[in-house]
Design a protein. Structure first.
Length: 445
């Protein structure tokens, strides 16, 4: 049998593509080496958010007095949190499998390897069997990057994010190497559960890709709360539980290394003529590679390593293959991103600094989140911040950057404005429900 589409990798890109193509009546084979759902569902987005939510419940209970609530002898059960996390993941994995359960989709569990590619067919080997398809979609994702730090390998004190998520007990103390999104989310988790946390970041700021003014609000709060944040600090070596950085030594029970991820190209060796850039697969606006019948989506493309980007890339790629819908391009300028710290950070579009680099004249509007009545009612002691970047010439919304709970739940409204090129006058016509924190966007206009 020759399939219309073979997909390697069952993460957000892979399972989205399989669902879209199979529901359109095309025969699809989807290969996944581990569990369907990929890194995001099994050892990334969902497990971390499940644990973070449990930690937030404990944190809120122990800080409830500011809302007139007294709770005594509040405790938490980390093993129970882990058990709940596992249940959540299993349910979601089962849901994805159910969505793929149709006559046109074949799910194969195992390591898939491309063995031959021609312009009209691709052959893939898995579990000793060979599969043939007209088109190939590479959704092999990414893996944790292990920096070349002396002492990092084969060290029982060193964790990556997967180790941390699978741990049955909390560490007594932890050093987090890397002040990016993953590092700060784990810093939040451990801090709210009472674990002493030190974050070491080589760059001058944590969360370096986000708006510096928004990040400074989080950094100031976390440092006051007792999280030790060291920036412009490069780790030189690790010896057991000791980390030497900038000629100073820090010690902890565990050391979590989270300094980024790299595209996973395992099993693609036969595609030696595929175009790469800095170790990631190069794609066009429709996720097509330089090879006629090969597409790539998700982290393996090295663009924006977010699950919702991967899923959108898959939708566009399948639409291109089927030629049944108008050709669509991905609006990378309007991709929302969230850091699930406490408070949350949410952003979309360009920052003030990026506008300056692009020589775009902008107007910057800023308001504390306390201009929202709902925010005031539910975030005692917090101020938050909302920034809007506006094109000074045509008054279109170019970016929105926020810190304050629950900005993750309404950043999509800002994303829509950026995607559609709304001017402030057009965005002002959108009615936001009252009272909601989302009204802060209307207050900016």
């Amino acid at each position: 049998m020759t399939y219309f589409l073979a997909i390697i990798g069952g993460g957000p890109a892979g399972y989205t593509a399989a669902e879209k193509a199979s529901k359109a009546g095309k025969d699809v084979v989807l290969f996944e080496q581990n569990a369907v759902g990929g890194t995001c569902l099994n050892v990334g987005c969902i497990p971390t958010k499940s644990l973070l939510y449990g930690a937030k419940q404990y944190y809120n209970a122990t800080h409830a007095q500011k809302y007139g609530v007294t709770a005594e002898n509040v405790t938490f059960d980390f093993a129970a949190m882990q058990k709940r996390k596992t249940i959540v993941v299993r349910k979601l994995v089962a849901g994805i499998k159910q969505r793929l359960n149709n006559e046109h989709c074949t799910l194969v569990s195992g390591f898939a390897k491309v063995v031959e590619r021609q312009d009209d067919a691709v052959r893939i080997e898995c579990n000793g069997e060979t599969y043939e398809a007209e088109n190939l979609m590479i959704c092999t994702g990414s893996t944790n990057f292990v920096p070349p730090i002396p002492g990092i390998q084969d060290n029982e004190h060193v964790w990556d994010s997967t180790d941390a998520l699978n741990a049955t007990d909390l560490p007594q103390s932890i050093i987090i190497v890397g002040g990016g999104v993953i590092g700060l989310e784990f810093a939040t988790l451990y801090h709210e559960l009472g674990v002493p946390v030190t974050v070491i970041e080589a760059l001058p700021s944590i969360l370096p890709n986000l708006d510096p003014e928004v990040v400074s609000v989080l950094a100031e709060k976390y440092q006051k709360a007792g999280i030790k944040i060291l920036t412009s600090t490069k780790v030189e070596r690790i010896e057991g539980g000791k980390v030497t950085a900038n000629e100073e030594t820090f010690e902890a029970d565990k050391i979590l290394v989270s300094v980024g991820r790299r595209a996973n190209l395992n099993g693609l060796e036969a595609l030696n003529d595929i175009e790469l850039n800095r170790g990631a697969i190069v794609i066009d606006d429709f996720c097509k590679t330089n090879l006629p019948n090969v597409y790539a989506c998700g982290d393996v493309t090295g663009k924006i390593m977010l699950a919702h980007v991967a899923a959108r890339q898959a939708e566009v790629a399948v639409g291109r293959m089927l030629k049944t819908i108008p050709l669509q391009r991905i609006a990378y300028n309007a991709i929302p991103s969230v850091v699930y710290t406490n408070p949350e950070i949410a952003s979309v579009g360009i920052t003030e600094a990026q506008a300056a680099e692009m020589n775009i004249a902008v107007e910057v509007r800023k308001l504390p989140m306390t201009f929202s009545g709902r925010f005031m009612a539910e975030n005692e002691g917090e101020t938050g911040l909302c920034k809007m970047i506006i094109d000074a010439k045509n008054h279109s919304v170019l970016g929105v950057h926020m810190i304050g709970n629950p900005c993750s739940e309404f950043v999509s409204a800002a994303s829509f404005a950026v995607r559609m090129g709304y001017t402030t006058a057009e965005f002002q016509q959108v009615v936001f429900p009252h009272p909601t924190v989302s009204e802060i966007l209307h207050e900016m206009l």
